[in-house]
Design a protein around this ligand. Structure first.
Ligand SMILES: O=C(O)c1cc(=O)[nH]c(=O)n1[C@@H]1O[C@H](COP(=O)(O)O)[C@@H](O)[C@H]1O
Length: 246
């Protein structure tokens, strides 16, 4: 039995916010999470933190009751990605991701490897990075973001992914095309008054929920705020209100 996928979605009871722990040392993370309740958000460990601290910290976060998205965006030959996903699942994480552009056989191999696990993490495929706009895509020979996101999401779903990472701007399109159960994980979330930084396809938390996002990945607007926990609280209140209005 798969505790993450077969049980009722925790979305009804906990925040859709996934805080991106883009720190480079364990001390900052432990300090940060010491002020967090697992119900107030999920946590994302990405390339910076994982490279600096390794799997031990991931296990610590899991042991403290947090649902952890291990965001290493695997993109390699099918055998390598499948093996990496299996090792990630052994850490007890809630979600892992691969690049959808790795193709059908890579995503299928990842899903098959995860299906052998007693507690299978959600498998999410990254479509087009939220830091990219139409001009970035044109330079690598691709057309508009929405069209590319739509194609990659269809490929991801038919290859066994549980959902995709996309911008909230594409959420209404994908919700219509991929149905209600397909998870839409949306970074590029910015408060009305926060800087876009390197993000290009952005949206506010409440607009993202209204657009159909399941999970909001938020890093700097929370972690670099003067009062991160007040900002998280404000976002949680805002998204609860947006959900209530749906
Ligand atoms: O896979 C991701 O999480 C991801 C995909 C994407 O398209 N865009 C994106 O920003 N992310 C991640 O989401 C986080 C966004 O952080 P902030 O821009 O600081 O809110 C970072 O950790 C990124 O690595």
């Amino acid at each position: 039995m798969n505790p993450f996928v077969d049980l009722p979605s925790p979305l009804a009871t906990v925040s859709p916010v996934i805080v991106a722990l883009d720190f480079h040392d364990e001390r900052s993370v432990l300090e940060f999470i010491s002020r967090l309740e697992p119900g107030s958000c999920r946590l994302k460990v990405g390339k910076e933190l994982f490279t600096a601290t390794g799997p031990h910290l991931v296990q610590t976060l899991v042991a403290r009751g947090f649902e952890v998205f291990l965001d290493l965006k695997f993109h390699d030959i099918p055998n390598t990605v499948a093996s990496a996903c299996k090792v990630a699942a052994d850490l007890g994480v809630w979600m892992v991701d691969v690049h959808a552009s790795g193709g059908r056989r890579m995503i299928e191999a990842a899903r098959e490897a995860l299906d052998t696990q007693s507690a299978r993490p959600l498998l999410i495929a990254v479509t087009v990075l939220t830091s990219m706009d139409a001009s970035d895509l044109a330079e690598i020979g691709l057309s508009d973001p929405a069209g590319q996101v739509s194609r990659l999401a269809a490929l991801a779903q038919s290859s066994g992914a549980d959902g995709v990472v996309c911008s909230a701007q594409e959420a209404p399109l994908l919700r219509g095309e991929r149905g209600p159960a397909f998870k839409l994980v949306t970074p590029g979330i910015r408060l009305a008054d926060s800087a876009a930084d390197d993000q290009r396809r952005v949206m506010t938390p409440s607009a993202a929920i209204a657009a159909g996002s399941d999970y909001l990945v938020i890093g700097r607007p929370i972690t670099r705020a003067d009062e991160p926990f007040a900002v998280l609280q404000r976002i949680n209140a805002e998204v609860a209100q947006a959900r209530g209005a749906q």
